[in-house]
Structure formats: C-alpha cells, structure tokens
Design a protein around this ligand. Structure first.
Ligand SMILES: [Zn+2]
Length: 271
C-alpha cells in the first residue's frame, strides 16, 4: 500500500469571512468550547486569537516545507468559486496558486458545483484559465455528491476525483479515475462533533484502526485529506496528529505518491 496525502484549502484569511458567512462566530464558539472542555491549552487559545488578528488562516508554505523534508509530495485542492463557508476571492487564491506551482506541488480544484453540468463546466474552465494547468483533478468541498456527480465530472474532462469516502481501490468512471479516500483530519479529531472531541492518543488509535482496515481491504492507495489550516500550533492536536501520521507511515514502509504518480502506476498496471 502507498499513501496519497492531499490538502483542501478552505480558508486563506479571516477577513474574507467578515459579514459574509458564520465562520467567525463559529470559530469563536469552538475555541471556547475546546478551552472549557480541556481539549486545547491556554497557549493554543491565545494563538487562535493571534491568528485572528494576523488575519492568517492558511499554513500552505509551512506545510509544503514539512512535506518536503519528509518526502511527501504536496497536493492541494484550491477553490475558484465560493460556497458553504468558503469565501476567498480568485485574486487571493491566485497568490497561493502561484506559490503552489512554483514549489512544484500538485494543484487541483476544490469544487463547489456538484450537481449541475453547466456550473461544473464553468468551474472547470475558470480553474484552467486562472491556473494555466491542464489535466487536473477535483475534490468537492464538504465532499458533496449525488449519484450523478462522478459521471458529470468525468464527462466534463476531469482527470481524477477524490470525493468518495470508502475502502475501495481507485476505479474508472469513463476516462476519469475515482480515488476514494479513507482518512480526513476532522473525521478523526472531531469524531462526529463540531469541535475537537478526542485527544492525541485517541486520535492515533482511531487512525491506526482505519489504516488496518485499509490493509484488510487490500487497498493499493491509502488516501488522506489534511487541511493546511490545521498545520499550526494553534491547533496543536491536529498538527501533532499529522506529524505523527507521516512518521507512522514512513516507519511502516509506506511510500508517498501524489495522484498524478498513482494514475501513471495504475495505467501502466492495466496496460
Ligand atoms: Zn473544503
């Protein structure tokens, strides 16, 4: 089994949310619940205020650097349209798109349109014209999908999608590869709540169980979604969980690849 780690960019600044959505009040409520329940330290609580005043809710550069040191190819999903708490502009995204490209990371789209062919095509064309990238993949924000979504994405021309949550090997929908994913940071650390509900030790135990299940299902690729937003000391459990996970996979001789490399391997194997 190999591992594909990818990162959804849901937030870039704090100000992109002001007067536009309920993300800021939710952030405030969450950090107070987490402090009161002892899930975060006073230091983390203070750092969250500091991020807020620095207007910094992304950790893209820091994450690429960490990944590079550990031999993990960085793969990002960046949005070009807005929806459900995702509110950064194309101009803001472009600064990071340039950075992601210049640091040789894989760049794909964090999709908003999931059920309407015309909106899906519009998003696809906009991403291509903004990024000048051809042959790219997609993961839906909040993994939204209907029975039609994957077919619509394949018809639109996407090279791959990684929205499905299941213990299945990658499979083809038309000319598109669907890469089901098995681990998402929030599913482990929030574990069904809207705030951190487990500690680091529990999050590791939950993760080992998922990796064991992936082995039992003979998965060729373990797909992991970690949000760059949490690669920060203000989300210490999330940060430590991610650093532990990379180390755990390395110790278990699991090689890291990105989606493009995995597709090359899959297509070679299928002739
Ligand atoms: Zn998202």
């Amino acid at each position: 089994m190999k591992a594909i780690i990818s990162h959804d960019i849901d937030h870039i600044t704090v100000s992109e949310h002001l007067l536009r959505d309920a993300i800021v009040p939710k952030y405030m409520a969450r950090m107070h619940v987490e402090l009161a329940s002892g899930k975060i330290s006073l230091r983390e609580y203070i750092l969250r205020w500091s991020d807020f005043f620095k207007n910094k809710w992304q950790n893209i550069d820091e994450l690429i650097t960490f990944n590079n040191i550990h031999g993990v190819p960085s793969s990002f999903f960046v949005a070009v349209s807005k929806g459900i708490g995702l509110n950064y502009t194309n101009n803001t995204a472009l600064l990071w798109i340039d950075q992601i490209k210049s640091r040789n990371c894989e760049l794909s789209i964090h999709g908003i349109a999931f059920d309407d062919p015309a909106s899906i095509k519009e998003e696809y064309d906009l991403f291509m014209s903004l990024t000048k990238v051809e042959n790219f993949g997609i993961r839906m924000h909040y993994v939204r999908n209907t029975e039609q979504t994957f077919k619509l994405l394949a018809d639109c021309g996407y090279k791959f999608d990684s929205t499905e949550h299941s213990f299945r090997n990658p499979y083809k929908v038309g000319n598109m590869w669907e890469f089901p994913f098995q681990i998402m940071d929030g599913w482990v650390i929030e574990n069904g709540k809207r705030w951190q509900s487990v500690n680091l030790k529990q999050s590791k135990e939950l993760t080992v169980k998922i990796i064991d299940e992936a082995h039992q299902n003979n998965l060729k690729y373990l797909c992991i979604d970690f949000h760059d937003r949490y690669f920060s000391h203000s989300f210490n459990t999330w940060l430590n969980w991610y650093m532990w996970l990379v180390e755990y996979l390395k110790q278990n001789k699991i090689e890291f690849v990105n989606y493009t490399q995995a597709i090359t391997e899959l297509e070679k194997a299928s002739g």
